[in-house]
Design a protein around this ligand. Structure first.
Ligand SMILES: [Fe+2]
Ligand SMILES: [Fe+2]
Length: 175
């Protein structure tokens, strides 16, 4: 009985993963999307890893609620499609939080067709920092998953940094 349930869950999960990748396969071979891997997003994580996580978790939730999971997956992957590091001096003082959704949308339009739901998801994903909320339920999923992923990445980075520091300090003491 338990084995049967585990097997069903395993099969369901692998079907979801297959469906997820089928919905974004054209984007994953796009050079602009691949380029996201060159940018550190939250400390130890690249912008591509962050975007893939946001897309995957959002897709999974959208499936659970029977929403437009394809648009969620695609907009999740493209929501941070920009190519600069906001920590660089030249971007200091510029309003990254407000501006990058618009930049990501412009870049996304250059590489594929964007539907109305995807457009609004990308444009409003910074809601709560920005004022205008998403128009569709799908947008709320991506907005909250994005915040969850950012917080998780930050905590994981702090944890691995403190672990590294502990290893370094031990090495210095041992010398
Ligand atoms: Fe963002
Ligand atoms: Fe993000």
């Amino acid at each position: 009985m338990l084995f049967g349930l585990t097997e069903k869950w395993r099969r369901y999960k692998s079907e979801i993963v297959d469906e997820f990748y089928m919905n974004i396969d054209d984007l994953l071979v796009n050079e602009k999307v691949i380029k996201l891997d060159d940018f550190t997003h939250h400390y130890c994580f690249t912008r591509l890893k962050h975007s893939l996580d946001v897309a995957y978790y959002s897709f999974f939730i959208a499936k659970l609620f029977n929403l437009d999971s394809r648009s969620v997956a695609r907009a999740g992957l493209l929501h941070d499609l920009f190519f600069y590091d906001w920590r660089d001096e030249e971007y200091e003082g510029k309003n990254h939080a407000f501006e990058h959704p618009r930049i990501a949308l412009e870049n996304a339009r250059e590489i594929c067709d964007i539907n109305k739901v995807e457009e609004n998801i990308i444009l409003r994903h910074m809601w709560l920092v920005t004022i205008i909320p998403p128009k569709y339920k799908e947008g709320y999923i991506v907005t909250f998953v994005d915040k969850y992923c950012a917080a998780r990445e930050l905590l994981m980075s702090l944890y691995s940094r403190s672990k590294l520091r502990a290893v370094y300090e031990k090495a210095v003491i041992d010398v």
